[in-house]
Unconditional design. Sequence first.
Length: 309
Amino acid sequence: MISGLVSAREILRWASSNETAVCAFNFSNLETLRAITSAAIEAKVPIILQITESSINYIGIDYVVAIVSAAVKQLDSPVALHLDHGKDVAICKKCIEAGFSSVMIDKSSSGFSENVATTREVIEYARKFGVSVEGELGVLPGFEENIAVHGESAMFTDAVQAARYIDATRVDSLAIAIGSVHGPYKGKNTSPRLDITRLREIKCQVGPAYPLVLHGASSVYPDLVKLCNQYGADIQDAYGLQDADIQSAVKFGITKVNIDTDIRLAFIAGIRQSLTAAPSSLDLRKHLGLAIESMKNLVIRKMGLITKV
C-alpha cells in the first residue's frame, strides 16, 4: 500500500485481502497521537486514527487536522483520519470538509429506516470527497464519551438485517454489536464475551470480503488497572475483552478493531506514576513523556495482537 493519508476503505481492503485486521485508536490530545504514531512507525503497519466529536471540540478541528497531517509525514505506512460515532449529518460534513479521510455516522439507536436514510445522505456527500463511511447496526451497552447505553437498551446485530442495511446504503464498513462494551465493563468479576456464532452468521450474510468493525474492543488489562490504582487511582470492577476473544473475532471476520479505554488507562498509569516519582517537578514534558511511553507500549501490544504483516 502507498503511505500517507488515505481513506479507511483502502486500509480495510488491505486488511481483508491479507486476512487480518487493523487497529483504530482514539486520540484526544497531542500526547495520545504521538504515542500511537510512534508505535506505528516501529510496527510498520497501517493504522486508523480516530477521534470523537467531544475530543474535536476540545482540541479544535483545525488543530486536529494539522497535527495528524504532521504525524502522517513521519509514517511509511498508510493512515486514515476517522470521525468516531458521528451523531448527525452536520458533524460528518464538517469533518469531511476539514480534511478527514473517513467518517462514521451512528444512527444505530434510531429505527432501521431512519438509520438507512441518514447513512445514505452522508455517503452521498462523502463520495464527492473520496471519503469512506462507516455505519452501525445494533447498539452496544456502556459509557464512554457522549455514549451512555444501559444494558437493557443494548441490541445485538441481526445478520439478515445487516445484509439489508449494506445493500440499501452501500456503506463502506459496518460496526456490529456482538457482545463488546463501550468503556470499562462493570461486570461481576468477569469479562464481556463475544458471540462468535453471531459474527459468523453476519459474515456469511454480508460476504467474506466485507469489512466488519468491532467497537468497545479494549482489554482493560489487569496490570494497567493495578498500576493506576497503585499510584492513587480508584478504578474498581473494570473488565474488558479477553485477548483470545479479540483474536477469534478477527479470525472470523472482524476487520477493524476500535480501542479507546486501554489508551486512557495507559495514560493515567504513566502520568500518575511520574507525578508520584517526582512530586516536586514542574516539568510537564517529563511527566507527559512517561505517559506517552506507557501508551506507546500499550499500542504496540494491541498491534501485535491484532494486525499480522
